[in-house]
Design a protein around this ligand. Structure first.
Ligand code: SF4
Length: 387
């Protein structure tokens, strides 16, 4: 069975955590009771098989709190022809037990475009729900909690991008999917951490340009510049989760856990990427663990990822660095239940913005589908031009 070992970081700002403890099983128990739901024999029968998926990471004593909500959500999905798109950073009872499609932003965007369901519930943050709405305008897209934002998406506006374009005419604009629809609408093509290097290389070729504007994540831009050698014009946005990791954290974890394999997400600072053993998107990190089965691993990314990968790799020990995304953790089972029951918080986008944003997303989706590309580690930091 996988072991999850919390590793509070002394150099970053995070503390030890259990991602479910942010809201907690007691919260879910109260939430279920308030909605007239209980762990009845019928609820147990409907959810016993689901518990098998998460028993490595959800204690048995907590399951009666989650199971009634899970059973009710899965019934409502069926009745209403709804699907739930669950991001890798969701807690395990959401990710594995009510999520119909699971993965990173790129995987979820592809599913949103392809699904026959008439309702999409986005178990993720607001920009992801907007991406789903851009690609599936005829569907009702719901976000369970309007507070589920993102520090990267909040770092830049459409007006900022217009100013950047005016300053660098003719330079292609590649925008990370972690942005609002109005920012995507000002862009030529989107990218995710899975394909950022490939999209930047493609944009440089397609525009016959030595330079590419890559917005808004400063660290992703530096890490892509180190991979591609292309001159990058960047913005000063940062992910408040990944920017906290440091090389000192890595050194401490390696000292405490000999043989540890360190995996980093490309939203981490460049020196952290250089000190890792492997780096890539959330999908690439998951593939690495499932295929290579390191005895002991740490994923330098959002805390819940470790739990969700642990369910698929029960023989691997996970050192969990406990950096939670507060925005992702606004999404709870009861929030999903209420969204479906009351059809609440529908995501809408002005049509002219939606069409232009879809154009940038489609440009990305039209590129050849390839495996999530790993980032080489050990490289020196590359200079970028910060706007
Ligand atoms: S983990 Fe970072 S990039 Fe992802 S939603 Fe949270 S703040 Fe945004």
């Amino acid at each position: 069975m996988a072991r999850i070992i919390d590793a509070p970081l002394t150099h970053g700002e995070s503390g030890g955590c259990d991602p479910r403890a942010v809201h907690g099983s007691w919260g879910a128990l109260n939430a279920a009771a308030q909605r007239g739901l209980a762990y009845t024999p019928a609820a147990r029968t409907k959810t016993d098989a689901l518990y098998e998926r998460v028993k490595h990471v959800v204690p048995a004593i907590e399951w009666p709190a989650y199971a009634p909500l899970i059973a009710a959500i899965n019934e409502m999905k069926h009745e209403k022809n709804a699907v739930i798109l669950a991001h890798n950073y969701m807690t395990s009872e959401i990710f594995h037990c009510v999520g119909d499609f699971r993965g990173d932003s790129l995987q979820l965007a592809r599913e949103a475009a392809a699904t026959d369901a008439s309702i999409i519930v986005q178990a993720g943050v607001h920009f992801m729900a907007e991406t789903s709405k851009c690609l599936a305008p005829e569907k009702t897209v719901l976000i369970p909690d309007l507070r589920a934002g993102c520090s990267l998406a909040a770092s830049i506006t459409g007006a900022d991008v217009r100013l950047i374009k005016a300053r660098y005419p003719g330079v292609p604009v590649v925008t990370y999917v972690n942005t609002s629809a109005e920012v995507k609408a000002e862009s030529d093509v989107c990218c995710t951490s899975s394909n950022a290097a490939a999209v930047v290389e493609w944009a440089a070729r397609a525009w016959n340009s030595e330079r590419v504007i890559l917005l808004p994540d400063e660290f992703l831009a530096k890490n892509v510049a180190a991979q591609t050698g292309i001159k990058i014009i960047a913005w000063h946005g940062r992910c408040e989760v990944h920017e906290r990791f440091s090389v000192e954290d890595i050194a401490e974890m390696r000292a405490a856990h000999p043989g540890l394999v360190v995996l980093a997400h490309p939203e981490c600072p460049p020196d952290v990427m250089a000190a890792a053993d492997f780096a890539g998107s959330t999908a690439a990190l998951q593939d690495y663990v499932v295929e290579k089965r390191p005895a002991k691993v740490v994923l330098l990314t959002e805390c819940s990822m470790s739990d969700n990968v642990a369910a698929a790799a029960p023989d691997v020990d996970f050192i969990r660095p406990c950096n939670l995304c507060p925005h992702m953790k606004h999404i709870t089972l009861e929030g999903i239940y209420d969204a479906l029951k009351y059809m609440q918080h529908e995501v809408t986008i002005p049509e002219d913005i939606r069409v232009r944003a879809k154009h940038a997303i489609d440009a990305m989706l039209a590129l050849p589908k390839e495996r999530p590309r790993a980032f080489a580690t050990g490289r020196p930091e590359a200079a970028v031009e910060l706007v």
